[in-house]
Write a protein that binds this ligand. Structure first.
Ligand code: GLA
Length: 731
């Protein structure tokens, strides 16, 4: 099937896989217009040709033979707009030239269509396995004066409703040009009343779903923190007013990038909406010398006609199948026990062994030794940067613990925070210049630590070498890669003055290079990303690490919000979720072990508490949970995920999992605070096969019956923080 067509006569490109269409055109003055993105059409007959209309104060370019007062870049919906020739909205890019000018004039020159999808040098991106599963359109725009080429990449997959976009700038000229801004993608939507969904948050309250009406003016979601951040996940969606979880249009924009990003939404004077995303231009500048190329990160743009679940499911499949990589991409992930909330820094070999003994009896599969095993690290003020074991703390050493764990037939995992350094560390004493700092300025601390200058090869090499020393000598099955503060006093002692604007992006490129090296060198290790919980939960990280710690907040009730919000983009197989102790360490809330287990089964399941303190009956519950999760792990980690009732909008929450052939489903229903003499709630299942019969609690129901009629929540909810799970099996 041909996925991309060029109509010579009308000069339009049509990308379509039979489910979605994306249309762009070449206009007067060889400008590139955005025509349409949405449900597929078979053929385009110029229905979206932008009317010529003489609008006051919207200038008209005058280069082409036919001067047209009805044509203005100020009004035209575009693909990758520039600034300076009459479009007064935000541009997708900005270049500063040797003579001080910012004016550019990139005009359409030619195109290329290739099968498959090229990789992005040095950056994570979605990929293809077979060349025929996608096609890529490359549009070349050229500025003749500068002798520079802008290449716009558009990949459409045959079986996924996504367009992957990125851009490249190539300097063929003879002088340096400074890139002050270069977006990954930009789209202009015709005038409409779309609403905007975003995922703002904060530490221990990540990815809250925010929905707002778009007013005229500019709205920006961004990170200037050096990481994708808890505060502003690199994602937004445009939705129609009536869009809900199951119906209506949704356009998702997700950036495959872990650094400073910007999502800018601008509603212009005529209520047209411009949406662009990419590296945050704030303090960004990149010197592009002759013969050099700059590659932007990739934006994944999804269209769903089936509401937010439709959008999320497209993202889930894409991130699982064509962004995540490696041995664990589809593997059933082990149930883990992490000692952080059980012991914090206060542990020794005996304590750890006690927890391991208990875990193995309960059927847990992986023990993770968290922070505190290395250097001089008995609290969070020293030791980061010294990745050698603290043998006075761990009698028998790491090897001893690893062997002990393996002898119990469990796997062994270890925590690292490779990007950090404490002032009180051997590394800092030897190389104080490794820490990020601006000359002659004071250095801000975060959790008492500094960030290492990962733009520098020598710094990365030092840490890599220390990590390899451990990984080559101890049998390690899993690594948690943490990052517990953001970057301040951004500057690199290794970059010249004119290159300091490159700092943040170079940091991420350095980080990605190191992740690529390590994950390639140790393919048998399961890597889990983390940044004070979910501070780097982004598609870029998923390329290197198939799962991430979702939040440092392990409170079951808060986790309903956090996991529900996270699932807007990221699949359950990427979300670490643990049962922890009560009163919960972050909120002080007391919830039952059942609901804690049921909520944690919404992600990659594990425990994070001192199992030795559990009563016998609690241990029985844990055993049952572990056995249940193992039995349904495939479904829970890789099944189709549906959000059903939003905890952001009610006292309830619900979600469910359905396997591919719709023969198995598990639905979870949660109630926060109890309501006396409550109305009787009906629970309607989703995603089933209407023609199949399902067994639920030993009773046979039709799929249509379960979805259209539903069942009463019975017995009624009694007490706060209750959960129910419904296991359905087709007969
Ligand atoms: C971060 C992580 C936690 C834990 C601590 C250790 O906060 O998110 O899970 O690893 O660091 O210091």
């Amino acid at each position: 099937m041909k996925l991309i067509n060029f109509d010579e006569k009308n000069r339009t490109f049509h990308l379509s896989n039979g489910s979605i269409s994306y249309l762009l055109g070449i206009e007067n003055e060889d400008a590139l217009s955005h025509l349409y993105f949405g449900k597929a059409i078979k053929q385009y007959h110029n229905s979206r040709k932008y009317p010529t209309l003489d609008r006051s104060f919207s200038p008209n370019p005058s280069e082409s033979a036919i001067f047209d007062r009805g044509f203005s870049l100020d009004t035209l919906p575009q693909e990758y707009p520039s600034f300076g020739h009459g479009d007064f909205r935000n541009p997708a890019f900005q270049l500063k030239q040797p003579n001080g000018s910012f004016i550019t004039d990139f005009k359409y020159q030619n195109y290329e269509i290739i099968s498959g999808k090229p990789t992005l040098e040095g950056l994570p991106a979605s990929y293809v396995i077979n060349q025929d599963e996608a096609e890529t359109l490359i549009i070349n725009l050229v500025d003749n004066l500068l002798n520079m080429t802008l290449k716009l990449y558009y990949t459409i997959y045959a079986n996924r409703d996504v367009i992957a976009r990125s851009s490249q700038l190539i300097n063929n000229g003879s002088e340096k040009v400074t890139i002050d801004k270069i977006a990954s993608a930009s789209i202009d939507f015709p005038a409409n009343d779309y609403e905007l969904i975003s995922l703002p948050g904060r530490h221990i309250k990540e990815r809250e779903i925010q929905r707002e009406v778009i007013q005229r003016g500019i709205k920006i979601f961004e990170s200037k923190r050096g990481a994708s951040s808890h505060q502003s996940n690199p994602f937004v969606a445009l939705v129609s007013e009536k869009t809900d979880e199951f119906s209506g249009e949704a356009f998702g924009f997700s950036l495959v990038y872990s650094g400073n990003h910007e999502f800018l939404v601008e509603k212009d004077q005529f209520k047209q909406i411009r949406l662009m995303c990419g590296i945050n231009p704030y303090t960004f500048s990149w010197v592009l010398s002759p013969n050099e190329l700059f590659q932007t990160p990739e934006a994944l743009i999804v269209y769903s006609a089936n509401g937010l679940n439709g959008m999320s499911q497209i993202y889930h499949e894409l991130l699982r199948e064509r962004v995540a990589r490696g041995k664990f991409q589809y593997a059933e992930r082990p149930i883990l026990i992490n000692n952080w909330e059980a012991t914090y820094f206060d542990f020794d070999a005996e304590k750890i062994k006690g927890i391991v003994d208990q875990s193995s009896e309960l059927g847990i599969e992986l023990f993770v030794l968290d922070d505190g095993w290395f250097g001089k690290r008995d609290d969070d003020i020293s030791g980061l940067g010294d990745w050698y074991e603290n043998s006075s703390k761990l009698k028998g050493g790491l090897k001893g613990i690893a062997n002990y764990v393996h002898d119990k037939n469990m796997q062994f995992g270890l925590w690292f925070e490779p990007e950090m350094i404490n002032q009180d560390s051997d590394l800092y004493r030897e190389y104080p210049d490794y820490a990020i700092q601006t000359p002659n300025r004071s250095m801000s601390k975060g959790r008492d630590q500094f960030v290492l200058d990962f733009t520098r090869e020598d710094v990365r090499a030092n840490i890599t070498q220390q990590m390899c020393q451990i990984l080559d000598n101890v049998e390690i099955d899993y690594i948690k890669w943490d990052m517990n503060r953001h970057i301040t006093e951004a500057y690199s002692l290794s970059l010249g003055a004119e290159n300091q604007g490159e700092f943040f992006h170079r940091y991420i490129l350095g980080l990605y290079e190191m992740l690529e090296k390590l994950t390639t060198k140790y393919p048998d290790i399961l890597w889990e990303g983390c940044s004070g919980g979910g501070g780097r939960f982004d598609a870029g990280f998923i390329y290197y690490m198939p799962q991430s710690w979702t939040s440092d907040n392990t409170d079951a009730i808060d986790r309903l919000d956090i996991q529900y919000g996270t699932s807007l983009v990221y699949p359950p197989s990427t979300m670490g979720a643990h049962v922890s102790a009560v009163p919960n360490h972050q909120t002080g809330r007391i919830t039952g072990l059942d609901i804690r287990g049921d909520v944690a089964m919404g992600g990659v399941f594990g425990y994070e508490l001192d199992l030795r303190t559990l009563t016998e009956s609690e241990k029985d519950i844990v055993k049952t949970q572990v056995a249940f999760y193992k039995q349904y792990r495939q479904l829970l980690q890789y099944g189709q995920f549906y959000r059903m009732i939003s905890p952001f909008e009610s006292n309830l929450a619900a979600w469910s999992f359905v396997n591919k052939d719709q023969t198995e489903s598990i639905a979870f229903y949660f109630s926060k605070t109890v309501v006396a003499a409550a109305p009787l709630d009906i629970f309607k299942f989703v995603g089933l096969d209407a023609n199949k019969q399902y067994l639920l609690d030993d009773i046979v129901y039709g799929g249509d019956e379960l979805m259209n009629l539903g069942v009463y929540i019975n017995p009624q909810i009694h007490g706060d923080y209750q959960s129910r799970k419904f296991v359905l099996k087709a007969i």
